[in-house]
Design a protein around this ligand. Structure first.
Ligand SMILES: Cc1cc2nc3c(=O)[nH]c(=O)nc-3n(C[C@H](O)[C@H](O)[C@H](O)COP(=O)(O)O)c2cc1C
Length: 329
């Protein structure tokens, strides 16, 4: 890999660290099943902002809304036992709207300092603003209009997610470069870029487009502290973005590194299966957990972003942050 900006001196500035009370403008995004207390605390201890995700620390599906809440409460307390730095939790940890008031109360009760809202919901903004919490807004399909509305309602930071990301993809195939510049021009609050950023050049590139930091997922999966299975970490190190498969899902699309299970989903898509049928197979047997946490490629998939091209070794969270944030050290 050529790395022709590596030895240049860069001077980047960001309003994000003072807003969130962290050292470097990097947030580890929520990732279903994968972002547990250990990873989150490690990111926050290393100067970024860690974020718990759905099913944090779990190996089984919950059987009730109350169980989701009690599991998340326990994991929030695990984070607090491991770090005294700020961390974040998303409000929407399931597709079930009944969960939102329950999660809201939990995050208020547990004094979670930073919340992620995956949409522009005036009522939620009001509640968390009144409680003095910092709001990260990440509309799944971010546009200049919804970013401006989030700013008007009091979001502290907007996350602009491009089609290069891992996890459930935005419904429009707009790459991280295009969306970052568009959103940075639309609002005056800081914008973080998400999707495919996994090395220092990616960080510099999104700053050139107007971002003031990065929101990364895949980068943190390929670390010693992540609970992703070792065989999957090896696949990430050995693969490039051109190896990725893509198939439809309930929201829009998913990518996966090649696995027999992902092949099946691609085949279903090609054969004209309905989105519902594909989603039932995708989610029904917890394919993300089975593939990524258990490392079972026959029955699971490996959802990662295009940034895998730049991941060449498994390092500690701290080494990763100090490398990609070198312009702030
Ligand atoms: C395996 C995986 C699971 C994810 N699950 C969620 C999720 O449950 N909720 C969410 O808001 N974002 C989820 N994301 C998206 C991340 O929070 C983040 O936006 C994304 O990873 C950024 O792109 P990158 O992976 O290219 O860095 C997931 C991403 C990955 C890779």
């Amino acid at each position: 890999m050529t790395n022709n900006t590596r030895n240049q001196k860069w001077e980047l500035q960001s309003r994000v660290p003072p807003i969130l009370g962290i050292n470097y403008p990097i947030i580890q995004g929520a990732m279903s099943w994968l972002t547990d207390a250990q990873l989150v605390a490690e990111v926050s201890n290393a100067g970024g902002l860690g974020m718990l995700g759905p099913h944090a620390g779990q190996t089984t599906n919950p059987t009730s809304n109350e169980e989701v809440i009690e599991r998340m409460r326990a994991e929030i307390r695990n984070v607090k036992a491991l770090t005294n730095k700020p961390f974040a939790v998303p409000v929407m940890v399931s597709a079930n709207p009944d969960m939102i008031p329950l999660m809201t109360n939990l995050l208020l009760d547990e004094n979670v300092p930073v919340v992620l809202i995956n949409g522009v919901d005036a009522e939620l903004f009001k509640i968390f603003k009144a409680a003095g919490r910092k709001i990260l807004c990440r509309p799944i399909d971010v546009t200049p209009e919804n970013a401006r509305e989030a700013q008007r309602l009091g979001a502290d930071i907007i996350i602009a997610t491009g089609f290069d990301e891992g996890g459930s993809l935005p419904s429009k195939p707009i790459g991280t470069f295009s969306i970052t510049a568009q959103i940075a021009q639309a609002v005056s609050i800081p914008v973080l870029a998400a999707g495919g950023i996994a090395d220092v050049n990616g960080v510099r590139a999104v700053f050139a487009l107007g971002a003031e930091g990065v929101y990364a997922g895949t980068l943190f999966l390929a670390t010693q502290e992540s609970r992703m299975a070792d065989n999957v970490k090896e696949m990430v190190v050995e693969s490039n973005a051109d190896k990725m498969l893509m198939f439809r899902s309930a929201f829009s699309f998913y990518r996966s590194l090649p696995t027999p299970f992902a092949d099946k989903l691609v085949e279903m898509d090609k054969a004209g299966a309905s989105t519902e049928e594909i989603t039932n197979v995708l989610v029904g047997n917890q394919g993300m957990r089975v593939g990524m946490v258990e490392g079972n490629l026959e029955e699971g998939y490996i959802s990662v972003g295009n940034g895998i091209t730049y991941i060449h070794e498994i390092r500690s969270v701290r080494a990763v942050i100090e490398d990609v944030m070198r312009d702030f050290i």
